[in-house]
Design a protein around this ligand. Structure first.
Ligand code: SF4
Ligand code: SF4
Length: 234
C-alpha cells in the first residue's frame, strides 16, 4: 500500500520543490508568514523529507500548511534549490484530495474560498467583482461601500467603465463563449473535480459539527468557516 509520501512524490511540485533540505533555515529567515504565525517552512521541508507517514499525516491535518502566502521569497534564497512554497502546494493539494483539510480551522476555509472566489470566476468571469463584495461580508470596505453598491451603475459609468455591459472595457460583462471556455478549463485541469471534492468533505464536516450547509454563502457552515479565527492561529 502506498504511503502518503508516495502520493506527494507523484506531484510535480514536490518533484521540483524538494531536492534535499539541509535545514539551514534561510527560507524561514526570509519568510514573511513566519513573522506573523507560528510557522516554519524549514521544519515543514524537513518533515516531508523524513517520508514518515504519521508525520506527513499530521501536516495534512495541520493549520501550518495554510499559513504560507505563496510569495515565493523562499524559492529565491534556498542554497539547495528547494522551493518550500511548492512543497506546501503539494501538501495542500493532497490535504484537499484526501479530505484532511477539514481537520484544521484554516483548512476548512477552503469551502469559503470555493464559494466566493471559485464561484465568482465560473459565474461572472472575475475572481472579485463589485457585485460579489457585499457590505455585510466586507466591513473592511468601510461605510461608503454600501453607497457604492447601491449606486454601482451610475458610479462605474461615470468613471469610464463598461459596467456589466457587453463589449470592451473595465468590468464589462464577460461573453458566454468566454464563460464556457472558463468552465472547460476548470473541467480539463481537474479544478471542477477539486471543487466537488472540497464540497463533499465540507458537507461531511458540517454534519459532524451539527451545522447547516448549502451550496451558497448563506448557511451556518459558511458563516462559521468564513468568520472563525481563533487565537491559535497567530
Ligand atoms: S533554505 Fe532550503 S535547504 Fe535551507 S532549510 Fe529552507 S528548504 Fe532547507
Ligand atoms: S512562499 Fe510561503 S514559505 Fe515561502 S517565503 Fe513566502 S510565505 Fe514563506
Amino acid at each position: 500500500m502506498k504511503n502518503l509520501y508516495d502520493f506527494l512524490a507523484e506531484d510535480v511540485r514536490l518533484q521540483d520543490g524538494l531536492n534535499a533540505c539541509m535545514n539551514c533555515g534561510i527560507c524561514t529567515a526570509v519568510c514573511p508568514a513566519a513573522q506573523f504565525y507560528d510557522y516554519d517552512p524549514r521544519i515543514i521541508c524537513n518533515q516531508v523529507q523524513t517520508r514518515d507517514n504519521e508525520t506527513i499525516l499530521s501536516l495534512l491535518k495541520s493549520e501550518t500548511i495554510w499559513y504560507c502566502g505563496q510569495c515565493m521569497s523562499c524559492k529565491t534564497r534556498c542554497p539547495r534549490g528547494n522551493t518550500p512554497a511548492y512543497i506546501i502546494q503539494a501538501l495542500r493539494k493532497l490535504s484537499q484530495k484526501l479530505g484532511y483539510f477539514t481537520e484544521s480551522e484554516k483548512g476548512r476555509q477552503q469551502f469559503a474560498i470555493k464559494q466566493t472566489i471559485g464561484k465568482n470566476i465560473l459565474e461572472v468571469g472575475y475572481c472579485v467583482h463589485p457585485e460579489r463584495v457585499s457590505p455585510a461580508f466586507h466591513p473592511e470596505q468601510g461605510p461608503v461601500w454600501k453607497w457604492v453598491t447601491e449606486n454601482a451603475d451610475k458610479l462605474y459609468d461615470s468613471l469610464g467603465a463598461n459596467y456589466n455591459k457587453p463589449g470592451a472595457g473595465t468590468l464589462r460583462k464577460i461573453d458566454q463563449e468566454s464563460m464556457d471556455e472558463l468552465q472547460q478549463i476548470f473541467d480539463e485541469t481537474g479544478a471542477t473535480e477539486m471543487y466537488d471534492t472540497i464540497h463533499k468533505y465540507s458537507v461531511e464536516k458540517a454534519k459532524e459539527m451539527n451545522m447547516d450547509i448549502q451550496d451558497d454563502c448563506d448557511n451556518e457552515y459558511f458563516y462559521h468557516v468564513y468568520s472563525k479565527n481563533s487565537e491559535n492561529n497567530q
